[in-house]
Design a protein around this ligand. Structure first.
Ligand code: HEC
Ligand code: HEC
Ligand code: HEC
Ligand code: HEC
Ligand code: HEC
Length: 638
């Protein structure tokens, strides 16, 4: 009996260990988008600029990821990757790297003069009380390996990285939650101090016990308030305790089903279907308080505050003012609004729907946040330029719906053409940079043109006329379907918009999309200097891509198939080049398999390699798409 029991237990344990290992392997491939730069398991190296992220306190890592996503810390390639990820996902990623503990590289050998090293050691271990500089060790731990929950260690980091971080605090490029002690300390250090302490820290070996300390070695040397504790500054905590919680950007607003009042529930539902919340929330900012930047070819427009604050939001608005904004593109004071606000689509929204959204907005917590001025190139954005544009391109009320069609098509048309404003991206732009609601959904550039929204009319581009309705509905709910994975702006439309719709509404959209006329885009001729497909591309694919996408491009689980994938064969290769250069995460949807990242290759492949690889992909596995040229890759890289 005991033997059997032990054998049984051992068996259970072994499976648990094996499945934990499989989980680890899955997670490290899922996060290859991060380790592409940060090194296997986040270990980095002792040289260069890249920080080790492995083993840092989870709360610290989480705060940094939020800071990058929301713009308080800057690194464009990371911002690109993190932009679509929800707080929960960031916390999970932080936990993954906090728990990993790969070996450290040997410390940097420093040829620095002994006096400089002594100065560095003194600052790190004793500080300089005369100048109000506490010892680094008083916060970062006696062994300088960090303190839980939120202070990182300072050993095992490259000197250049340490230098750059302290420099970034000095010139306010890096900020932490207030009270930001590091900003004050950095301001008191001379450039020589910074060089000394960074050089000394980078040359220290890692002690055997390298885990962050459980608590501070002594009393806090300055009042850093909650910099040590979990979460935000005390003031922000108090404020958030007294004001009702409204959803953060990326986090889910209360489910319409949870709202008892049917009018408010309807408003909440439509506000999601129309992406009002995500467009009217700045990254990391108060929900609906505006300030999100919308890039246009003519400059940047900032969304308005839709909370019921009387001075800076819609507090003083009446229902008819709100209807007029949606239907005519005029603010309460009569100012003409920029069509970056998709009112050319909302102009056909029913009055009841507009009123329901208004009622829901009125039920939200007011947030005082003045409008951020637009940054448009002259004369775009002036009232007379908008007047001219409206004369040429805007018709209040829009075209009437086609009454001869069945009811689910009608509903789909309303969701696609009006509330979901799909044409704002999927319709071609005129010379004024505007899309026409009545125009065909034949595809066009999004915003400044980094992404192209492909044609919904062509089955070779984004057309889904040949997909079963259920598959379209599933794609609108998850961003995933056989050989298709929503990327960039489309992933956002799905995670903030269509995934919140009822299945009946997603099927209505499907029946509308399936009934769109089939048209082929104009054929594209291969660019003059196209790189022909050849063995270089094949070798690059085997080396860099086959591990995830399969030797034959067949894909596997969350790693999309590339064989037969329209993202690969679309006439315009722009999105394909963009995803290879910058990588990205699939739509981040609660309950779906955790998002899997595509690593960026911008820093690993040069322009001619990317061109060779992409040309090869477009000619493999039966694909017959035009090859690409080096200048096309250069263009996408800019
Ligand atoms: C293109 C290279 C690149 C990629 C890809 C990348 N990072 Fe970074 N990361 C950097 C650089 C460079 C810095 C330092 C930036 C600075 O100066 O603040 C950094 C900083 C960080 C930090 C702050 C470290 C600290 O100690 O404060 C964290 C955490 C981090 N990255 C996590 C991630 C995660 C998670 C991913 C994947 C979603 C990722 N990074 C993808 C280059 C990259
Ligand atoms: C009063 C407490 C305190 C003292 C003293 C202090 N730090 Fe910090 N330090 C912090 C906290 C808290 C953070 C994390 C900030 C954040 O969340 O971004 C930090 C972060 C850092 C980072 C960023 C690490 C990374 O991985 O990006 C560096 C570098 C740093 N400190 C260097 C120093 C040096 C050098 C000294 C001594 C001259 C020092 N600190 C003294 C509290 C302190
Ligand atoms: C693509 C981003 C985007 C989406 C989606 C969007 N808006 Fe806006 N909205 C804007 C921008 C940008 C402005 C500012 C226009 C200006 O100031 O000229 C704006 C302005 C407004 C205004 C005018 C506010 C004022 O102070 O004049 C109202 C009202 C409004 N939006 C409501 C909505 C509603 C309701 C929805 C959803 C059905 C919605 N918006 C969806 C970007 C968007
Ligand atoms: C903010 C711009 C934007 C809006 C709004 C938008 N799309 Fe897209 N859409 C894109 C981009 C960019 C792509 C190409 C990237 C991709 O395939 O995920 C795309 C791709 C697609 C695809 C191709 C799927 C595939 O992978 O083969 C379909 C279908 C689609 N969109 C339908 C819609 C519908 C329906 C709406 C309205 C509910 C909509 N889009 C709104 C930008 C947008
Ligand atoms: C670590 C695994 C991994 C590696 C390595 C990798 N990818 Fe990906 N790739 C992904 C994931 C995950 C996605 C889905 C992300 C998304 O939808 O945005 C993806 C998406 C794509 C897409 C878009 C597919 C679609 O349906 O929208 C293309 C194209 C692509 N990868 C090409 C490549 C090429 C070319 C390489 C080699 C240079 C490569 N990938 C290497 C994981 C990987």
């Amino acid at each position: 009996m005991p033997f059997l029991l032990i054998a049984l237990l051992a068996g259970v344990l072994a499976t648990a260990v094996a499945s934990a290992r499989a989980d680890d392997a899955e997670a490290s491939r899922r996060l290859a988008a991060c380790t592409a730069c940060h090194g296997a398991e986040g270990r980095a190296s002792s040289a260069g600029f890249l920080p080790r992220i492995a083993g840092k306190p989870a709360d610290y890592l989480y705060r940094q990821l939020r800071a990058f996503r929301d713009g308080q810390r800057q690194h464009a390639p990371m911002q690109w990757l993190l932009a679509p990820l929800r707080d929960d996902t960031l916390r999970e990623i932080a936990g993954h790297f906090a728990a990993s503990d790969p070996p450290y590289p040997p410390p940097a050998v420093s040829g620095a003069p002994a006096a400089l090293m002594r100065q560095g050691e003194a600052l790190a271990t004793r500080g300089d009380p005369a100048r109000g500089i506490p010892a680094c060790a008083s916060c970062h731990g006696a062994a300088l390996t960090g303190v839980l929950p939120g202070t990182p260690g300072l050993l095992g980091l490259p000197r250049d990285y340490l230098n750059a971080q302290i420099g970034a605090w000095r010139n306010q490029q890096r900020r932490a939650a207030e009270p930001d002690c590091m900003a004050r300390i950095a301001a008191r250090l001379t450039p020589e101090d910074v060089g000394a302490v960074s050089t000394w820290l980078a040359s220290q070996p890692m002690p055997a016990a390298r885990a962050p300390a459980a608590r501070l070695p002594g009393p806090a040397p300055m009042d850093c308030g909650s910099a040590h504790a979990l979460g935000d500054a005390p003031a922000a905590r108090a404020a958030s305790a007294s004001t009702p919680r409204i959803p953060a950007a990326g986090s889910a607003p209360p489910s319409p089903a949870a709202i008892a009042d049917p009018l408010l529930a309807r408003g909440a539902y439509l506000a999601r279907a129309g992406n009002c919340v995500s467009c009217h929330t700045a990254p990391g900012g108060a929900p609906l308080a505006g300030g999100r930047a919308i890039e246009t070819p003519f400059g940047t427009v900032y969304s308005s505050n839709l909370t019921p604050d009387p001075d800076t939001g819609l507090g003083a608005w009446r229902a008819q003012d709100f209807r007029r904004a949606l239907h005519e593109g005029r603010s309460r004071d009569g100012r003409l609004l920029s069509p970056a606000f998709p009112y050319p689509y909302f102009t056909r929204m029913s009055a009841q729907d507009a009123d329901a959204i208004f009622a829901w907005l009125r039920s939200q917590a007011p947030v005082r946040q003045p409008a951020r001025p637009h940054e448009m190139r002259w004369p775009f954005g002036t009232q007379w330029a908008l007047t001219v544009w409206r004369m040429l391109a805007f018709r209040a009320g829009g075209p009437p719906p086609d009454a001869s069609r069945p009811a689910d098509w009608q509903r789909g048309a309303y969701l696609v053409e009006v509330v979901g404003h799909c044409g704002a991206c999927h319709a071609p732009r005129d010379r004024l940079g505007a899309t026409r609601p009545e125009g065909p959904l034949a595809g066009g550039p999004v915003g400044t043109g980094r992404w192209l929204a492909p044609s919904l009319l062509s089955p070779g581009e984004a057309g889904v006329q040949r997909w079963p309705a259920g598959q379209i509905a599933q794609w609108l709910a998850t961003g995933r379907a056989a050989s298709a994975s929503a990327m960039g702006p489309m992933a956002e439309v799905i995670s903030h918009g269509t995934r919140h719709l009822t299945e009946a509404d997603r099927l209505a959209i499907a029946s509308y999309l399936r009934a769109l006329p089939v048209a082929s885009p104009d054929p594209i001729r291969a660019p003059a200097a196209a790189v022909p497909p050849g063995p270089v591309g094949a070798a690059l694919y085997r080396e860099h891509c086959a591990d995830c996408h399969g030797e034959q491009g067949q894909g596997r689980g969350a790693w999309p198939a590339l064989a037969g994938n329209r993202a690969v064969t679309q006439a315009q290769p722009d999105n394909l080049i963009t995803v290879v250069l910058r990588g990205g995460f699939a739509a981040d949807i609660p309950g779906e398999p955790r998002p899997h990242g595509m690593p960026p290759f911008a820093h690993r492949l040069d322009d001619s390699q990317v061109a060779a690889l992409v040309s090869w992909l477009r000619a493999s596995w039966g694909h017959q798409a035009t090859p690409v040229s080096v200048p096309q890759v250069q263009q996408a890289r800019r």
